[in-house]
Write a protein that binds this ligand. Structure first.
Ligand SMILES: C[S@@+](CC[C@H](N)C(=O)[O-])C[C@H]1O[C@@H](n2cnc3c(N)ncnc32)[C@H](O)[C@@H]1O
Length: 301
């Protein structure tokens, strides 16, 4: 039986108290999950992020299997389902987020297979997927190349990779480690982050078996690519190097002082930094107009 409006509202509030809503999922009848911002993310996160990567996603995913790694409450998995994917699986390390995702699927009446799973254990899925999303998680992976090898092991062909990046425009591929001390806040030390340059991100995936890399976007401290095993016909927005940002100084912090960890199910704070994203040097309107300009330069690759 479908959930009633009052049941949906009660569950949203309950799950807000447990882990907080990082993603704003629309559940129909004007009901949506997110009522406050935790980490400096957009109030309707991850819609802007989706707009940035969407040009690399086929409009029609029918007949395809899709995996959303680090799915959180399932936003990208639901978008894949809306594009007609046959089978969609979403995995996340945190049981609380998978609980949110399962609730959203039930409220929306959508069939998605959500599971608690660590990125280092993707092989346990025992299968490969036509299309894989690896969005907002690469920089959290302490064992970076092990995680990317796991992603490669479950990807038949195409992977959308989106990450916090080091915005320097150097063609030399490298990955910068942002030390944990830079995230220290209120006595808590948060784990460090890996920030690849765009060329570093491209090289990591080329090495992992994806020779066809298409740059989707690079805006301030975030970037995205479509990594594929085979030449692909997906329309891709090609971005010029972001020359307006010179790159970080050695001590430039990549997070905002206001970034705070979410509440645990018991109401206590954790030291989990999984939602930290670097401060974006562009205002939303500038990012928006940049995105609009770039959309005009769609080309077929
Ligand atoms: C910054 S959020 C990004 C969520 C979503 N992909 C988005 O773009 O809105 C990172 C997500 O990855 C999950 N995560 C972090 N480390 C993980 C790991 N080792 N394995 C699986 N999921 C992980 C977190 O629980 C969180 O939901």
């Amino acid at each position: 039986m479908p959930l009633s409006e009052s049941e949906i509202k009660a569950r949203i509030a309950d799950l807000e108290n447990q882990v907080g809503w990082y993603q704003d999922i629309h559940l129909g009848n004007g009901l949506r999950t997110k009522s406050r911002v935790f980490w400096g993310e957009d109030p309707d996160h991850p819609r802007a992020r989706w707009q940035e990567i969407a040009p690399g996603v086929p409009a029609d995913l029918s007949g395809m299997s899709v995996l959303d790694i680090g799915c959180n409450a399932g936003f990208i998995a639901f978008e894949a389902k809306a594009r007609g994917a046959d089978y969609v699986c979403g995995v996340d390390l945190k049981p609380g987020y998978i609980e949110q995702a399962k609730f959203c699927a039930e409220a929306k009446g959508v069939d998605v297979d959500f599971r608690v799973l660590d990125v280092y254990e993707l092989e346990k899925l025992g299968r490969q997927f036509d299309f894989v999303f690896f969005v907002g998680i690469l920089y959290h992976c302490r064992h970076l190349t092990v995680a990317i090898d796991q992603v490669s092991s479950v990807a038949k062909d195409r992977v959308i990779v989106e990450s916090a990046i080091d915005p320097s425009n150097t063609p030399t591929p490298y990955v910068r480690f942002v030390r944990s001390s830079q995230f220290e806040e209120r006595g808590r030390k948060l784990p460090g982050h890996w920030h690849p340059t765009m060329s570093g991100m491209e090289a990591l995936f080329a090495e992992a078996g994806f020779p066809h890399i298409h740059r989707l976007f690079k805006i301030g401290g975030r970037g995205g690519v479509l990594a594929a095993r085979n030449p692909c016909p997906t329309p891709v927005v090609s971005l010029e190097p972001d020359a307006s940002h010179p790159g970080p100084t050695p001590h430039e912090p990549q997070t905002r002082p206001s970034d705070v960890p979410p509440a645990t199910p018991g109401g206590a704070k954790t030291s989990d930094p999984s939602h930290l994203s670097p401060a974006r040097p562009f205002s939303f309107s500038l990012r928006h107009s940049l995105r609009e300009q770039l959309k005009k330069r769609i080309r077929w690759l």
